[in-house]
Write a protein that binds this ligand. Structure first.
Ligand SMILES: Nc1ncnc2c1ncn2[C@@H]1O[C@H](COP(=O)(O)OP(=O)(O)O)[C@@H](O)[C@H]1O
Ligand SMILES: [Mg+2]
Length: 250
């Protein structure tokens, strides 16, 4: 088992009632779990906890998160720095928004690679080019010389995914990775993500508003409402046995 989340409670600030309560799930190598649920149900909170980067005031107030046999809740800052971007990495809703608008993509990508490895500038550049090509981005050298605003949303998302998979993470976390894109581009990005999983054997947790995407991509689905898990199981079972329909748009 790669990831085991048990009885997880997450609180913000001094609020005595945890925002996320009693979340339990497991993920094996190569599995995809999607998390669906209305806005504010706690999806982002859960995946941020796994990456050890809850937003201000957030903390795990109960439970366990075990990743590849290690207790993430006992991690020091340097343990996290070591894990993030390497064994576990994150794909954001809008990778462009995560990038520095006044630095070229190449500058940021090469710096990112060099922070996580001992590659030379030249080696890092070559690795970046290889990764962009792997995401089917044309003219990777041109992309490295571009600024985020010069690329389309779909291209920016491909760059974000390329960066996230640079070091062959065991676990990819994707928070609404296609929500900012048009329907055609969404479908392409979903396919790219599936290819990564099939080729690389990584596991993935995807937060999505799109139940079609969830059904297509995942081995397991977890439905959240009001900070709790209301459905969890194999995708087919969850889709077949829903007690009430999973909302199609939130
Ligand atoms: N930094 C924060 N401080 C206080 N409350 C927060 C913070 N971040 C999120 N929340 C609250 O936690 C709940 C779950 O939020 P979130 O995990 O972002 O939900 P989702 O991703 O499902 O939309 C919401 O009620 C939200 O207002
Ligand atoms: Mg969210």
């Amino acid at each position: 088992m790669l990831l085991d989340v048990a009885h997880l409670d997450i609180s913000y600030g001094a609020n005595p009632k945890p925002t996320v309560q009693d979340v339990n799930f497991t993920l094996n190598e190569g599995e995809v779990l999607t998390i669906v649920g209305e806005s504010g149900s706690g999806k982002t909170t859960v995946i941020r906890a796994i990456l050890g980067c809850l937003s201000a005031g957030g903390h795990v107030s109960n439970g366990d998160i075990n990743f590849a046999g290690r207790d993430l809740l006992k991690f020091s800052n340097s343990d996290w720095l070591d894990l993030r971007g390497k064994d576990v990495s994150m794909i954001f809703q809008d990778s462009g928004a995560m990038m520095n608008p006044v630095q070229t993509i190449g500058h940021q990508y090469i710096e990112y690679i060099r922070t996580h490895s001992d590659m030379s500038k030249e080696e890092a550049k070559q690795r970046a080019i290889d990764m962009l090509a792997r995401m089917n981005l044309p003219n990777p050298e041109n992309i490295l010389n571009s600024y985020a605003f010069e690329l389309s949303g779909g291209m920016r998302q491909r760059v974000g995914i390329a960066m996230a998979i640079t070091f062959h993470p065991k676990l990819l976390l994707a928070d609404e990775p296609t929500s900012a894109l048009d329907v055609t581009t969404q479908a392409q990005i979903v396919k790219e993500l599936m290819n990564i999983i099939k080729k690389g054997g990584a596991s993935m947790i995807v937060v999505t508003h799109n139940i079609g995407v969830a059904a297509y991509m995942s081995d397991k689905i977890m439905v959240m409402a009001g900070g709790r898990v209301v459905e969890y199981g194999n995708t087919e079972d969850v889709i077949k046995n829903q007690k009430k329909p999973i909302p199609r748009s939130f």
